[in-house]
Design a protein around this ligand. Sequence first.
Ligand SMILES: Cc1cc2nc3c(=O)[nH]c(=O)nc-3n(C[C@H](O)[C@H](O)[C@H](O)COP(=O)(O)OP(=O)(O)OC[C@H]3O[C@@H](n4cnc5c(N)ncnc54)[C@H](O)[C@@H]3O)c2cc1C
Length: 390
Amino acid sequence: MDTITATGSGRLTGPRTVYNADHEMFRDQVRRFFEKHVVPHHRQWERDGIVSREVWRQAGEAGILCPMLSEEYGGAGADFGYSAIVIEEIARTNCTGPGFPLHSDIVVPYIEDLATPARKREWLPKMAAGEIIGAIAMTEPGMGSDLKAMRTTAQRDDDHYVINGSKTFISNGQLADLVIVCAKTDPAAGRKGISLICVPAGTPGFTKGRNLEKIGLHAQDTSELFFEDVRVPVENLLGEENKGFSYLIRNLPQERLVIAVRAAMGMEVMLQKTVDYVKERQAFGQPVIDFQHNRFKLADAKAQAAMYRVFADHCLALHLRGELTVELAATAKLLGAEMQNKLFDDFLQLHGGYGYMAEYEIGRAWADARVGRIYGGSSEVMREIIGRTL
Ligand SMILES: Cc1cc2nc3c(=O)[nH]c(=O)nc-3n(C[C@H](O)[C@H](O)[C@H](O)COP(=O)(O)OP(=O)(O)OC[C@H]3O[C@@H](n4cnc5c(N)ncnc54)[C@H](O)[C@@H]3O)c2cc1C
């Protein structure tokens, strides 16, 4: 198997200014963690269709999970830059199995912002320790992009909600110990009738379907979830009833930035791997890079990856200041996912038949990247969001 060579910082654009020295020290720590606890096991996890529970606990111990969570709940109270570094190291190692960013940067913030104090004390320290793994369930078999069309309901019954419905494509779904379920508490009110309710695994009536077989992200577990008269106490509601949609919208920029940060690093790393490969590989008596067509392809790729890196870092800097808009986050997600898919396809082509072999990273990265245009809001939905601002 080929090895990882790119360092990740400044290779395309010169020194990056979005991170400080403390961030870079944290990067060293995260990098050591991935090289020791993730990289050696990842091919096995791809065969298993799931990562080990152990790596979650190891990540918790190493302080890799929930960097932004406040210290009183076991986090580091750090900024999103630390989360971005974890995301970049996932992209750098091409180890897409551990759903750490979904847990740390998407699920946990909802709970920290919106759960009752008692629930925060109960769940958050364990989430920081990797003992409780989180997931969020919005998508249903009949709808994904159009959230207001969801059919899962949560009916109030005294001091409980009774949840009925099903969800699909839920990341971390098999491993999840706690799922934020998006459900209609006022079915007649469209998007204004959606609430977010936490459902612990093991609650009677809550079952997990099979681990879905995907064309990429083979080490990441993705599941159907079923809810049949699932009773959870009203204290499991996040924030206020019927405000779920606005909470989702509020957190989406960060979710989309996760995808953008990963795309920027993915392009940088896979470009370097491809350059290494075409320098070695010979065809018609010369290295493949010596054909002008291929050099030009790679020059274009480098120029685009450099431009995207600057833009992604700009969005990251805005987010660190609390100024990333829904529109810019959508722009970053759209461009990152589309450009990454285009470039990875070119990179795979430059590897010839080896690119199509699972043992070469570019083939796996190409398949993994495809979902970037679909989840977190599809590219078409991103264009709708941007289009509305014209
Ligand atoms: C690997 C993976 C992991 C996922 N993880 C999660 C998760 O953890 N939690 C979760 O809730 N969901 C998750 N999803 C679901 C994902 O968010 C949805 O698949 C996505 O939102 C698209 O919804 P859909 O599949 O229902 O497609 P649809 O909404 O049915 O869309 C079908 C097509 O129509 C297009 N379309 C839709 N609306 C418009 C429009 N207004 N204009 C133009 N075109 C449009 C779409 O872009 C797409 O091309 C995951 C999906 C995958 C594949």
